[in-house]
Design a protein. Structure first.
Length: 135
């Protein structure tokens, strides 16, 4: 059975594919997840993350933009954007604790992002987490 880390990794890959122009990714997601041995409850979790992120994409982007400081969401790499969007969705719309979400996102950024990605992901998601705590 896949771990939640592996599920997040798969979802980031699916978000990356969507961002790269594959609009049919939602239809393909169940079979792609199955190929990665993500089944049953873990597949439901993955699809919840994917669908939730894609459904709220504009809202998530609007939430992330002010937290990016000197970065532009459109100019950053697609992988970094996918990681940020998933992290923001989890912080805002799931019961997963922010430190877990942030740590998972940093690990994804270390594995798949540019050299500065882990610091950027950490800073933005930490700022989002603190913003949520205040409100």
């Amino acid at each position: 059975m896949a771990t939640r880390s592996q599920v997040r990794e798969a979802v980031v890959g699916l978000l990356y594919a969507f961002d790269s122009g594959n609009g049919a990714i939602l239809n393909l997601a169940p079979s792609l997840l199955e190929e990665r041995k993500i089944k049953n409850a873990q597949q439901r979790f993955a699809l919840e993350l994917l669908e939730g992120t894609l459904t709220r994409l504009e809202s998530l982007d609007n939430t992330l933009r002010p937290l990016l400081k000197d970065w532009d969401l459109k100019r950053m790499g697609s992988m970094e954007r996918a990681i940020l969007r998933l992290g923001a969705y989890e912080i805002l719309h799931t019961s997963t604790k922010s430190p877990i979400v942030i740590n998972e996102a940093i690990e994804l950024a270390k594995n798949y992002g540019e050299e500065q990605a882990p610091k950027l992901i950490n800073a933005v998601l930490d700022a989002l987490s603190k913003k949520i705590e205040v409100s």
